[in-house]
Design a protein around this ligand. Structure first.
Ligand code: NAD
Ligand code: LMR
Length: 328
């Protein structure tokens, strides 16, 4: 079996420190698929990368065939099959994710170009570094020889957070919660969709008979969960972000379970919900496991959802305007 080349940028950072070991353990491509790991970080972090490499080696993962570390994206991205663009500054307390655009946006210009030049033509790219939707737009824009549909922005952590809240409130298991969609931006305007979510196959609102809870507790809780974690840990989410990154990437390489969907920030061109067509916008998606995420059509949008979706769309358009100089 051919070895799959997996790139993780920000290889010396805290998300990578969870993600890399799980990829090497087979948590991305399964227990039979050999992988090589390609780690990118800034030149001043090469010694730290070396330490991560030593630890990966010392885990003696049978599936891990090779490790490459470096600070030149043109070399590290060579032949990449799956790329996690994690390397970017995280926000601190009191900041919004879009406050990072000025510093982080430009990283994705260089990395988009390098992906276009060096990665495998079939590469799939998941942008995790914040603000991930707009960074994804920048990266895809600079790789015009790849399809924008090969790029994804991660809203899976939001979906997982929403699922947990619903399960806890309904005294259900997380496995009994399905059809959890996040619409829009990975920001505090995101729309965790409680209208279409299901618990044990029924609408969540049939089991949780408390409209106020959905609107006044659940919605802001999920929207602000990232900030809540930062407040408690002093650092942004890491292990749960790495776990969501694996869930998200697997979602396009594995067929979606019958009757369910997953949330992903995908290129909005041709979307059936009338959203601006040049954004990475999170929709409910399904995959045949062929590397594509197809937007689910016909999801019911009530008046409440419609109003909230318009707000998150507006924010993404504003973010795009803020980085217009990087999209020339
Ligand atoms: P971290 O500071 O621990 O690690 C980031 C790493 O990226 C550092 O090692 C840094 O040197 C490296 N880096 C910076 N610029 C780089 C570049 N140009 N090329 C390669 N590497 C570079 O941060 P973290 O906690 O791992 O978070 C990384 C990013 O992920 C942040 O932007 C954070 O906000 C974001 N994040 C997103 C989600 C999500 O759900 N989408 C969840 C959690 C965190
Ligand atoms: C998260 O949702 O945990 C990340 O985007 C980190 C953050 O800044 O909240």
């Amino acid at each position: 079996m051919n070895t799959k080349r997996v790139v993780v940028t920000g290889g010396a950072g805290q998300i990578a420190y969870s993600l890399l070991f799980r990829i090497a353990n087979g948590d991305l491509f399964g227990p039979h698929q050999p992988v090589s790991l390609h780690l990118l970080d800034l030149p001043e972090f090469e010694t730290a990368l070396k330490g991560v490499e030593m630890e990966l080696n010392d885990c003696v993962f049978p599936l891990l065939k090779e490790i490459h570390i470096g600070s030149d994206p043109n070399r590290v991205f060579e032949g990449a099959d799956a790329v996690f663009l994690v390397g970017a500054k995280p926000r601190g307390p009191g900041m919004e994710r879009k406050d990072l655009l000025g510093e982080n946006g430009k990283i994705f210009v260089e990395q988009g170009k390098a992906l276009g030049k060096a990665a495998a033509r079939s590469v799939r790219v998941l942008v995790v570094g914040n603000p991930c939707n707009t960074n994804c737009l920048i990266a895809a824009h600079h790789a015009p020889n790849l399809s924008p549909h090969q790029f994804f922005a991660m809203t899976r952590l939001d979906q997982n957070r929403a699922k947990f809240q619903l399960a806890e409130k309904a005294h259900a298991s997380v496995a009994e919660v399905s059809h959890v969609a996040i619409w829009g931006n990975h920001s505090n305007t995101q729309v965790p969709d409680f209208h279409n979510a299901k618990i044990r196959g029924k609408r969540a609102s049939e089991l949780i008979r408390d409209a106020d809870w959905f609107e006044q507790v659940f919605l802001p809780k999920v929207q602000k969960r990232g900030a809540e974690v930062i407040g408690a840990r002093g650092k942004s989410s890491a292990a749960s972000a790495a776990n969501a990154a694996l869930d998200a990437m697997r979602s396009v390489f594995e067929p979606t379970a019958a009757g369910d969907w997953f949330s992903m920030g995908v290129y909005s061109k041709g979307n059936p919900y009338g959203i601006d067509e040049r954004l990475y916008f999170s929709f409910p998606c399904r995959s045949k496991g062929d590397g594509h995420a197809e937007i689910v059509h016909g999801v019911e949008i009530d008046a409440f959802l419609k109003e909230k979706i318009a707000i998150t769309e507006r924010e993404l358009i504003e973010e795009r305007e803020l980085v217009a100089h990087l999209l020339g």
